[in-house]
Design a protein around this ligand. Structure first.
Ligand code: PHE
Length: 524
C-alpha cells in the first residue's frame, strides 16, 4: 500500500524513550524505506540524529525449517532404527526417505547412535540429544550463531543463508520537539504585510530530491550523437545536404560515381532494388531537390559562394549522361575507362541508396554551375542487403563530409581527419590504403579508442576521381575529397551497447532510451 509517514510516531517514541531508539524494535512492521524517509525528514531539521547500523542475519532454508519441526536426518535414522529394533541397510531409504537415509546414516554412525550388525542397522544409544535441531532452533530465534566454524558448516550444508539488515539508532536532535512545526513553503504577500515572515518557519530546500519524473519524450541515442556531429560540421562551415530521399537511380548511386556496372556492390546480394516502379527517368532538372538545397544553404551560402554568382544556366543533362557513358565505356577526360558495353537500363534501375555519397554526387554536379570552394555534410540512412548480425543491420546511418577546393592535397585530407576525429576524442589516426571506384587514392581510417583500449576502423575516405568530377563539368583544378563513417559505431561505443538490436528495432528497451545521458563526444 501507500508508504506510511512515521514522522510523528518517531517523535512520540522519542518523547518517552530514555535510551536511543532501535528502529527494528520500535517499528517492527515498518519498511526500511518508510523509516528512513521519516528519519531523513526529521534529521534535516535537526530534530533527531541517527546512526545506521548494518548487520547480517541468518535465515533458515526450507530444509532447516523442516529439521526444526521434525528433527535432524540423523535423528530420524536413529529413531527409525530404534523403533524397529533394527533395519536392514537396504530398507533404510524406504523407512526415512532417500535423502535422510544418505545424510543421516553417516552422522548417526559418527555419533555412535547406531551400528552395523551384518547388513542390519541396530540402535546403540538409548536416548539421543539432537544437537543439530537445537542449534537450528536457536538460530531461528537469535538469527545468529556464536562461532565462525559452525556458521561455515551450516552454510556448507545449505541450512542457512545470510541476509543484510539495516536498523537505525535514533536520538533526539538539538531542535527536538514533540510536534513538527508548521512549515511554510512560500513567502506570501500577507506574511510580508503582517510581519509574520520574521518568525515563520520555512521548509528547508531539499537539494537531494530527484525531482518528479517527466512523462515526456526522449531523444534516441543516435539522434543525440547525430546532433553532436552536426554541431561539429556547422562549426567548421559545412552546409548540410538534402538527404530526404531514400530511393535513388543507379545513375546517382553508382554510375555518376564511376562505379562500373559489374561491380559486386551493384549485385542483388548487396543492394536492394526497387521493383515497382523499377526504373527512374534519366537525370534531369529537379526543382524539388534544388529547393531543398537552396533552403539548406541559406545563410552559409553567402559566406562561401562567389559574390557574383551567375544565374544557374540550365544543365545539359544529355551531355552529362553521354559523358558518364563515355567515361565508363570508352574512356575520356584523360582516363582509358573500363571498356565494357555500358547499359542505360542498368543505370536507370531504382535502388535504396547504398551510401549517402549518392547525395554528395548530386550536390557536386550542382556545384559545377558555380565551381568554388565548398564544404558539405550529411547524416542519414542508407541500406545494404547484407546479413544481419550483432553489429550490422540492413539499414544504418552514414555521416559523410565532402570538401571542394583548389589545390587540395591528400596530406590536407589527413590533417582534416585528425582535427575532425580529435573533436570526437579519437586521436593518433592511422591511414590504410583502400579501394573505392570513385576515389583515388582511398584510405581507411583507424583510430585508437582510449575507452576500448584498441584500434578500431572508423571510416573510409578518399580524393574523388576525375572520371567522376569532370563529366559533371567541374574544372580539373578543383579537387574534392570526402569521407564517410557510420553513426551507429560511435553511438554504440559511446553508450556501451554491444548488440545493435539493443539500439534499433523492436527489442530496444525504452527505459534505456529515456534514461541515457545526453552525449558528449569526449575522451571516452
Ligand atoms: N561511400 C563510402 C562508404 O560508403 C564513404 C566515402 C565517402 C568514401 C566519400 C570516400 C569518399 O563507405
Amino acid at each position: 500500500g501507500e508508504p506510511r509517514d512515521l514522522t510523528q510516531q518517531v517523535l512520540d517514541k522519542l518523547a518517552t524513550a530514555d535510551a536511543p531508539l532501535n528502529t527494528a524494535e520500535a517499528f517492527p512492521d515498518a519498511s526500511q524505506a518508510e523509516i528512513k524517509a521519516a528519519l531523513d525528514r526529521l534529521a534535516s531539521r535537526d530534530m533527531v540524529a541517527y546512526e545506521t547500523l548494518e548487520s547480517e542475519h541468518l535465515l533458515l532454508t526450507p530444509e532447516a525449517k523442516k529439521i526444526c519441526a521434525e528433527g535432524s536426518h540423523e535423528f530420524k535414522v536413529w529413531d527409525a532404527v530404534k523403533r524397529k529394533g533394527g533395519v536392514p541397510v537396504k530398507e533404510l531409504a524406504k523407512e526415512v526417505g532417500a535423502e535422510t537415509a544418505k545424510v543421516g546414516q553417516n552422522v548417526a554412525f559418527r555419533n555412535k547412535w547406531i551400528k552395523n550388525e551384518g547388513s542390519v542397522l541396530i540402535p546403540v544409544a538409548e536416548t539421543v540429544h539432537d544437537a543439530t535441531r537445537e542449534l537450528l532452533q536457536s538460530v531461528d530465534k537469535t538469527k545468529a550463531v556464536d562461532n565462525a566454524k559452525t556458521l561455515t558448516e551450516l552454510k556448507k550444508r545449505k541450512l542457512v543463508t545470510l541476509a543484510k539488515v539495516i536498523r537505525y539508532k535514533v536520538q533526539k536532535g538539538p531542535k527536538y520537539a514533540r510536534k513538527m512545526r508548521v512549515e511554510h513553503t512560500d513567502l506570501t504577500a500577507d506574511m510580508l504585510a503582517s510581519g509574520d515572515w520574521e518568525s515563520a518557519n520555512f521548509k528547508p530546500y531539499n537539494f537531494n530530491a530527484l525531482g518528479a519524473s517527466q512523462n515526456a519524450g526522449a531523444l534516441h541515442p543516435l539522434n543525440k550523437v547525430r546532433a553532436e556531429f552536426r554541431h561539429i560540421f556547422f562549426n567548421q562551415g559545412f552546409v548540410e545536404m538534402p538527404t530526404a530521399r531514400y530511393i535513388e537511380s543507379g545513375f546517382w548511386n553508382f554510375d555518376a560515381l564511376f562505379v562500373p556496372q559489374q561491380h559486386p556492390a551493384r549485385d542483388m546480394q548487396d543492394t536492394f532494388f526497387i521493383s515497382d516502379p523499377a526504373m527512374a527517368d534519366p537525370p534531369r532538372d529537379d526543382p524539388e531537390a534544388e529547393a531543398a538545397m537552396e533552403q539548406m544553404e541559406a545563410g552559409s551560402r553567402r559566406l562561401f559562394a562567389s559574390p557574383d554568382k551567375p544565374e544557374p544556366k540550365p544543365r545539359d543533362y544529355e551531355q552529362y549522361w553521354a559523358d558518364v557513358k563515355k567515361v565508363h565505356q570508352d574512356g575520356g577526360f584523360g582516363s582509358i575507362g573500363y571498356r565494357y558495353p555500358w547499359s542505360a537500363e542498368e543505370c536507370l534501375r531504382l535502388v535504396l541508396r547504398t551510401h549517402t555519397t549518392a547525395v554528395s554526387t548530386w550536390v557536386l554536379h550542382r556545384l559545377a554551375e558555380d565551381p568554388r570552394p565548398a564544404r558539405y555534410f550529411s547524416i542519414d540512412r542508407v541500406f545494404r542487403n547484407e546479413s544481419v548480425d550483432a553489429t550490422h543491420l540492413a539499414e544504418f546511418h552514414q555521416v559523410e563530409g565532402v570538401i571542394a577546393d583548389f589545390g587540395l592535397t591528400l596530406g590536407g585530407l589527413m590533417r582534416f581527419m585528425e582535427d575532425f576525429f580529435g573533436k570526437l576524442g579519437i586521436e593518433n589516426l592511422r591511414f590504410k590504403p583502400a579501394y573505392n571506384p570513385y576515389t583515388e587514392p582511398s584510405m581507411e581510417i583507424f583510430g585508437y579508442h582510449t575507452g576500448l583500449g584498441k584500434w578500431v576502423e572508423i571510416g573510409n575516405s578518399g580524393m574523388f576521381r576525375p572520371e567522376m568530377l569532370e563529366p559533371m563539368g567541374l574544372p580539373r583544378d578543383l579537387r574534392v575529397y570526402g569521407f564517410g563513417l557510420s553513426l551507429e559505431r560511435p553511438t554504440m561505443i559511446k553508450y556501451k551497447v554491444s548488440n545493435i538490436r539493443d539500439l534499433l528495432g523492436h527489442k530496444v528497451d525504452l527505459g534505456f532510451i529515456e534514461g541515457n545521458a545526453a552525449v558528449r563526444l569526449d575522451k571516452n
